[in-house]
Design a protein around this ligand. Structure first.
Ligand SMILES: Cc1cc2nc3c(=O)[nH]c(=O)nc-3n(C[C@H](O)[C@H](O)[C@H](O)COP(=O)(O)OP(=O)(O)OC[C@H]3O[C@@H](n4cnc5c(N)ncnc54)[C@H](O)[C@@H]3O)c2cc1C
Length: 472
């Protein structure tokens, strides 16, 4: 009888769900092992406490999700998700001012993370190949007697009656998608393999969020507000992110209002402190908006927003048949909103890999696959860490000429996006991972940056001359 191929996914949050979707294209059976029991409504659960925070799905991610789940966008819109034009309907405050609004083709979909996950889970539940093993925690990895490959996992199953069952599950491929708290480095060491080297960039960013019901009399020209922090000068930021209404009135939009502070300046979680922090932002728009809105939840906080890269792609003696994806491999400061899109890119990479390689070839090819997976987070990692290195509290900042030039270039771009529609469009395409960051250096943009800088220098020099004359 022919061997039935089996893939195991540890963790059934976004990275694990997307991975299971593409693995079902190639394996006879896919088992998703999730510690939680899934709620039967789109509501938060223990393993994903961050679902209470705004979750921007970048356009690249949105497009991949639509390919994986045709019709998903329409389903989310029917449940109250909000579609908005990124250039026209977001009030975006840069250090140089508000960006000019204009029509664009960059249509963003905004909804709660719970609604997104719930719809994806519902779709996956219809697959005959995908099985969810919930209330089960993976506790270790299993290896073969020759110690060359990972053959499965050991796990605990939590029963209602407090009884825990221990069992082993075997598979041809094991995918760790267990997020930030992944224990794969320790599990590998327990089997005498090396743990991956790690790089951490921590700007000590704190994040708070609260859901509000906007006033029914609200009359504003935006659907979303985005006031990003701009370190090193301004380490505070905030956003108003629209989401669907509650289950009884899905079309009655709500807001997730979030505040962010770097360099240990964590936004407070008490009522007065939250409002005062909002007031301290460079514009009163956010504080004014919440003044007339009704809070629907407590204020939630999330610290521990460091970037951490586990370099599994650099392990030369890693075992075959184990790959690591999502936040388990590359933890990103969530305020830049790119992790779900990285997970979608990883799913694409795995799908393409198995279109060209057999499952048997994993014995030799796992390391090559992990290397390919590293390309999915490259842009997001460098964008998040380049920005975070600008906070005062990050040690060992790169000070080389390239970094200084990149920082200077970024500052010029932020001034240009205010009223140059073309630059703003490319800037957003890069942010949404539709284009690589090199697109921001194309000749027409480079010329505008240089000309803008030259004009500023001339103005400054003229001002200096004027003040010298007036003091004479
Ligand atoms: C505050 C915050 C805001 C964010 N905002 C954005 C945003 O705007 N845009 C964006 O793209 N991304 C955002 N993210 C990132 C996003 O939520 C996900 O964390 C990211 O996509 C990575 O997901 P993941 O599936 O790898 O891990 P997680 O979402 O952390 O999920 C891990 C899963 O594994 C399960 N698990 C863990 N250990 C085990 C085990 N031993 N056995 C079985 N199951 C286990 C957990 O229960 C959980 O379900 C944000 C994150 C945070 C923290």
């Amino acid at each position: 009888m022919q061997h039935k191929t089996h893939a195991l996914v540890i963790g059934g949050s976004l990275a694990g769900l997307l991975m299971s979707r593409v693995l079902a294209n190639h394996f006879d059976r896919v088992t998703v092992i999730e510690r939680d029991t899934y709620p039967d409504q789109p509501v938060p659960r223990r393993g994903v406490p961050h679902s209470r925070f705004p979750h921007t799905l970048m356009l690249r991610g949105q497009r991949i999700l639509e390919q994986l789940f045709p019709g998903l966008k329409a389903e989310l819109l029917a449940q109250g998700a909000i579609e908005l034009d990124s250039m026209k309907e977001i009030a975006f405050l840069t250090p140089a001012g508000w960006t000019v609004r204009s029509d664009s083709d960059l249509m963003l979909l905004a909804c709660s993370r719970d609604l997104l996950d719930w719809h994806i889970r519902r779709r996956l539940a219809t697959s005959t190949k995908i099985h969810f093993l919930t209330s089960a925690s993976v506790t270790g990895l299993l290896t073969d007697p020759d110690h060359t490959k990972i053959t499965g996992v050991s796990l605990h199953r939590h029963q209602d009656t407090n009884i825990e069952l221990h069992e082993n599950l075997y598979a041809d491929l094991i995918v760790d998608a267990s997020g930030k708290a992944s224990r794969t480095p320790q599990w590998l060491q327990k089997l005498d393999y090396a743990a991956p080297p790690e790089t951490e960039v921590n700007a000590f960013v704190g994040y708070t969020a609260r859901i509000y019901q906007p006033s029914p009399n609200l009359s504003v020209d935006w659907k979303m507000v985005f006031i990003p922090s701009a370190p090193p000068q301004q380490h505070r930021g905030g956003a108003i992110f629209p989401i669907e209404g509650d289950r009884s009135t899905p079309n009655q939009m709500r807001w997730i209002v979030s505040l962010v502070g770097g360099d240990h300046d964590y936004p407070p979680t008490d009522e007065a402190g939250f409002v005062a922090f909002a007031r301290s932002l460079p514009s009163p728009i956010l504080a004014d908006a919440i003044q007339n809105a009704t809070p629907l939840t407590p204020i939630y906080t999330y610290c521990g927003n460091e970037n951490r890269l586990r370099h599994y792609d650099q392990l030369s003696d890693s075992p075959a048949r184990l790959i690591v994806v999502g936040h388990a491999a590359c933890l990103l400061n969530p305020t830049y909103g790119q992790a779900m899109t990285v997970a979608a890119l990883e799913a694409n990479i795995v799908d393409q890999f198995f279109q060209h390689h057999s499952i048997d070839s994993l014995h030799q090819q796992t390391h090559a696959l992990q290397k390919r997976l590293a390309t999915a987070h490259r842009e997001a990692w460098s964008a998040a860490t380049n920005m975070d290195y600008r906070y005062h509290s990050v040690p060992n900042k790169p000070t080389d000429t390239v970094t200084r030039f990149a920082n200077w270039y970024w500052d010029q771009l932020l001034e240009l996006v205010v009223d140059r529609v073309g630059v703003h469009h490319t800037f957003l395409e890069v942010l949404h991972l539709l284009k690589p960051s090199i697109a921001l250096f194309r000749p027409s943009i480079l010329a505008q940056v240089l000309w803008h800088d030259l004009r500023k220098r001339r103005q400054q020099s003229a001002l200096r001359q004027e003040s010298t004359i007036s003091t004479m």
